[in-house]
Design a protein around this ligand. Structure first.
Ligand SMILES: Nc1ncnc2c1ncn2[C@@H]1O[C@H](COP(=O)(O)OP(=O)(O)OP(=O)(O)O)[C@@H](O)[C@H]1O
Length: 615
């Protein structure tokens, strides 16, 4: 995108976010530019009248009153400008941030969240990019008011001697070039240290995170992590230090140049008064004009560089906001119909990166509607990847996933996802209330306690929640406190791993009858009794529903209508439990191994409700 279009986008965003404030800020900025000029001319006129001979007070009073009014205005304007600047920036930041996260939320798949370069870009957009339109307005208005001062005083100096005006203006050219170069370096630095800043935030989070704290304390890994954080900080500091030193050298040189020009002009003015070419009032005017023009030019140069820098940073913001869908979307997507036949993977090949290893290799599978299909396999076999392809979090590299014969790539992803619910093995724990933790599975249930409770009962977590200090309203966190418990910030609760897992199952079940229910290791953290109980409930709930179960616990898997064994990204066996055990293949061997593990505990007189870990 061209520089001008980027600036146009930034300005348009600012105008939409804070229309009144931008106009008011423009008015104040114009006044800021005009007042020094008015004050200098009024001062010159007063002095000239005073030194021209005896003058009556009433002849001066108008000028003095105008001078006083200009002084009062000049005194008030900076505060007004400061307030308007902050208010404009606040509104713009809010609007820009909302647009940024809305754009990020529109990414259909997961690839961008696993691309370090794109994550760096998001970081710049999030921290600096959202402020860039504010910077453009602020610097743009700074340039405007400085330009008024420069033109006004430049004209005044021109009247006194064209070369005076030229000297002051030409002396500002090196400053402009130096500042533009510096602004490019500043923007480049933001990009350079972006990754280090992200890592620093990561280490800071880790070192203050309650969950990580136990391992860090026990293993004594704190100093190592803190050391790595300090190294990132040192790298960030080094970048800033280099830039600061360059700025110091440049600005010291420019300051000397400016002071030299001002001193030379002062000498010339005083000499001109002694030879009768200029008046005493002209001395005041030249002193004010040179100081004002120099400071306005320096402000103008800094603001021009600020606009330049803001444009570069806003480029990252625009790149994220305009990134568009990360997976190809049809302009007129089809509607995923209620599932009747099933989901078919047709010769699906998949790898995460173009040069990475194949994770799925030619998978052909029909997950029949209204049946439970289980996928088993060793760690890394590709089970979770298969699940992610069925939710269209990635597209197959080759082949297709068909929903009742319709390619998932042709379907509206949001509508498709409303038909799918999943409980992932690495389910998210939200530092929110128990109610929110369940209702996030379907936000229409947020204010429907009956649905939330029903889902919690199905997942066997209702009794746990009911016993919490504020029941479903209890914050499930010791990291934050909600507004309501500010007075007694001790109400937040920490759940156990198994309780969290049940809660994530409840979240997966809050949408009453999804077309596809995915359960990816839903019970790995549950004790045997809880697992048995939860799976019994899930089985009842799943009846007539299409479900996909991924589990290492073959005792749970045996209930499935169809079991598929995945090995190295290929399906190596498929069938019912008895059939697979009788065949004596990989599944049979693993089942025997797990069952033997249970018997080896000396409890072989017990039935085997749930087999142990596989892989
Ligand atoms: N986001 C990713 N980027 C790159 N590679 C990945 C990603 N996720 C998984 N993989 C790789 O893909 C392979 C299959 O992973 P997957 O999570 O599908 O296995 P799985 O069968 O579910 O294993 P587990 O039983 O341990 O959960 C693994 O080798 C893994 O390293």
């Amino acid at each position: 995108m061209s520089s001008l279009r980027t600036l146009g986008r930034a300005t348009a965003l600012a105008r939409q976010a804070a229309p009144t404030q931008v106009v008011a800020y423009l008015g104040v900025s114009l006044a800021v530019g005009l007042t020094p000029l008015a004050a200098a001319w009024l001062t010159k006129l007063v002095i000239d009248r005073l030194v021209s001979g005896p003058v009556a007070w009433r002849d001066l009073i108008g000028l003095v009153a105008a001078l006083a009014a200009t002084g009062i205005t000049a005194a008030l304007l900076p505060s007004a400008a400061r307030y308007l600047r902050r208010e404009t920036e606040r509104r713009i930041r809010l609007d820009a941030t909302a647009r940024l996260y809305a754009a990020v939320d529109r990414f259909v798949g997961l690839r961008r969240f696993e691309d370090p370069a794109f994550l760096d870009r998001i970081q710049i957009a999030r921290t600096s990019g959202v402020n860039a339109p504010g910077m453009v307005v602020d610097s743009g208005l700074g340039v405007t008011s400085a330009a008024i001062t420069v033109v006004g005083f430049g004209g005044t100096l021109f009247l006194l001697g064209p070369w005076v005006a030229m000297t002051v203006l030409v002396a500002a050219v090196p400053a402009l070039l130096a500042e533009l170069a510096l602004s490019r370096r500043r923007a480049a630095l933001v990009a350079e240290v972006g990754q280090a800043e992200r890592r620093e935030v990561f280490y800071a989070g880790l070192l203050t995170n309650g969950q990580a704290a136990k391992e860090i304390r026990l293993f004594g890994s704190g100093p190592y992590l803190w050391g790595k954080m300090a190294a990132e900080l040192r790298a960030i500091n080094e970048g800033h230090r280099r830039l600061d030193r360059r700025e110091l050298a440049t600005q010291a040189g420019l300051a000397l140049l400016g002071a030299g020009v001002a001193a030379g002009l002062l000498l010339w003015t005083v000499r001109s008064v002694t030879v009768g070419v200029l008046t005493v009032g002209d001395v005041a005017l030249v002193v004010a004009a040179v100081a004002s023009v120099q400071s306005a030019l320096s402000g103008l140069v800094t603001d021009a560089a600020g606009i330049h820098q803001a444009r570069l940073l806003f480029g990252h913001y625009v790149a994220v906001v305009d990134a568009g869908p990360d997976l190809p979307l049809r302009p007129k997507p089809l509607v995923a119909p209620p599932l009747r036949r099933g989901i078919e993977l047709r010769d699906v090949w998949f790898r995460y990166t173009d040069d990475g290893p194949w994770v799925l290799r030619g998978v052909n599978l029909l997950i029949p509607a209204e049946r439970c299909t289980a996928v088993v396999g060793l760690n890394g076999a590709g089970k979770s990847t298969l699940v992610k392809l069925m939710c269209r979090l990635y597209d197959p590299t080759r082949g297709a996933v068909l929903w009742d014969g319709v390619d998932l790539r042709d379907v509206d992803p949001a509508q498709l996802r409303h038909r799918i619910r999943a409980v992932f093995q690495d389910a998210t724990t939200y530092d929110l209330t128990a109610r929110e933790n369940v209702a996030l599975g379907d936000l229409t249930a947020l204010h429907d306690p009956v649905r939330v409770e029903r889902a919690a009962r199905r997942a066997g977590v209702h009794d746990v929640i009911a016993r919490l200090p504020h029941g479903y309203e209890t914050p499930l966190t010791r990291t934050f406190f909600s507004g309501a418990d500010r007075a007694d910030a001790s109400t937040g609760v920490v759940l156990s791993g198994g309780q969290w897992q049940r809660l994530s199952i409840a979240r997966g079940l809050v949408l009453d009858r999804p077309d596809l229910l995915v359960l990816d290791e839903p019970s790995s953290a549950l004790d045997a009794e809880a697992e048995y109980e939860v799976h019994t409930r899930l089985r009842a709930h799943r009846r007539g529903l299409t479900s996909l179960l991924v589990s290492h616990r073959l005792g749970v898997v045996r209930e499935a209508d169809l079991i598929v064994v995945l090995d190295g990204g290929r399906i190596v066996e498929r069938g019912g439990h008895d059939e697979l055990v009788a065949a004596g293949g990989a599944y049979g061997r693993l089942f025997t191994l797990q069952a033997a593990g249970y018997r080896a505990t000396g409890r072989d007189d017990q039935p085997v409700p749930v087999a142990g870990e596989m892989g």
